[in-house]
Design a protein around this ligand. Structure first.
Ligand code: BMA
Length: 362
């Protein structure tokens, strides 16, 4: 089974049958790198916003800051191998994203992280182009329709795409992962399941891809499609935009304790995760794509052995290329998904970082 994955990776790099050594693009290299980890049973660890801020600290003077601080590094001695950033707000031409992180900082941190040997992934929580609200404004089910060709917001939305593409282009000749229109099987974003038809969702994804790749020539992006982990194969793949538009098949799945116990939450999460990753593994094989756990975590990590007893056992048997835990908000003390220096569950995270099969940046 795994062999096929390697063939898929090599197929991406092969161009022409002349026997001449093909030129590897940055995208080929990143695809190959991620396939190789998966093939070797290794999983890359990623953390959202890692170099921009952490629990109770924040980079302020980013232009002069060496961007060496990281909650993950403070605990493990190593940077996460992947860092995620969000482009929400770029569409308006704003200086900073929806969480107040300057785009200049995001650019500098992304380049620095890649220079150090790391990888970068971008999510995008754009505003609601029809109502003027945020990404979570689900007051209208006409939003996706309105941005598609022929829709009243199409022209405006193309400017939004242009600004997002400008940002990615400004990084230069490097490959990054881009994961737009995520968690589309839920109905909490304006592009969610109950807010648009299957066809319109697919058109939105394809239109984004077509603009970036065909109109702008941005060919170094790995496109990630990431429905919610609880949706199951049918609903997840129903809205799949198609093989041409996707490089990584992923899911977002969180653990929630709610009113119950941590033990119960662990069992629920592990069951959900394993069933999502079983489906994802099969889908990855079928479509010859990389697979990933693009967002996960337990807010505030009340389970002090979450990394080695909850997350690791649930992911270790699946060929996912990476797992990314969400952000450690500097201004919301309980909103963190990775340990920080002084957090009582830090030792377990350090043990996780020392596992041979989990990739950090040494
Ligand atoms: C959510 C929360 C929000 C944040 C958003 C985008 O999951 O972390 O506070 O604004 O992601 O980063």
């Amino acid at each position: 089974m795994k062999k096929l994955w390697i063939f898929a990776a090599l197929a991406v790099c092969a161009c022409g049958g002349s026997g001449k050594k093909p030129m590897e693009t940055p995208k080929d290299q990143l695809v190959h790198r991620l396939f190789t980890y998966a093939e070797n049973g290794q999983i890359v660890y990623g953390h959202q916003d890692d170099l921009a801020y952490g629990h109770a600290w924040c980079v302020t003077d980013w232009e002069n800051d060496p961007l060496e601080r990281s909650d993950v590094k403070a605990v493990t001695g190593k940077y996460p191998a992947m860092v995620g950033f969000d482009l929400g707000g770029i569409e308006l031409g704003a200086d900073a994203n929806l969480d107040g992180v300057p785009f200049g900082l995001i650019r500098k941190a992304s380049l620095k992280h890649m220079e150090r040997g790391g990888m970068v992934t971008f999510s995008w929580h754009p505003r609601n182009p029809l109502t003027g609200g945020d990404a979570w404004d689900i007051s209208s089910a006409l939003v996706v329709k309105s941005v598609l060709p022929g829709g009243e917001k199409n022209a405006e939305f193309r400017v939004w795409l242009q600004r997002a593409a400008d940002f990615i282009e400004s990084l230069g000749d490097v490959a990054v992962i881009f994961r737009p229109w995520h968690e589309n099987t839920g109905s909490w974003f304006w592009w969610g399941e109950k807010l648009c038809s299957t066809r319109d969702y697919q058109e939105l994804f394809r239109m984004t891809w077509l603009y970036f790749v065909k109109e702008r020539g941005l060919t170094n992006i790995l496109w990630c499609y990431s429905p919610g982990g609880d949706a199951g194969p049918q609903r997840s793949m129903d809205r799949y935009p198609g093989d041409e538009f996707v490089d990584i098949l992923a899911v977002d799945t969180y653990e929630f304790v709610g009113g119950g116990s941590v033990e119960e939450a662990r069992v629920r999460y592990q069951e959900e995760l394993k069933s999502a990753l079983t489906f994802l593994t099969a889908a990855g094989m079928e479509h010859q794509k990389l697979i990933a756990l693009s967002e996960t975590g337990l807010e505030g990590i009340p389970d002090l052995t979450w990394w080695t007893r909850t997350l690791y056992p649930a992911i270790k048997d699946y060929p996912i290329s990476y797992v990314l835990t969400w952000r450690n908000a500097w201004d919301k003390p309980g909103h963190f998904y990775a340990p920080w220096d002084g957090f009582e569950g830090a030792a377990d995270f350090k043990a996780f970082s020392e596992l041979d099969s989990i990739v950090f940046l040494d």
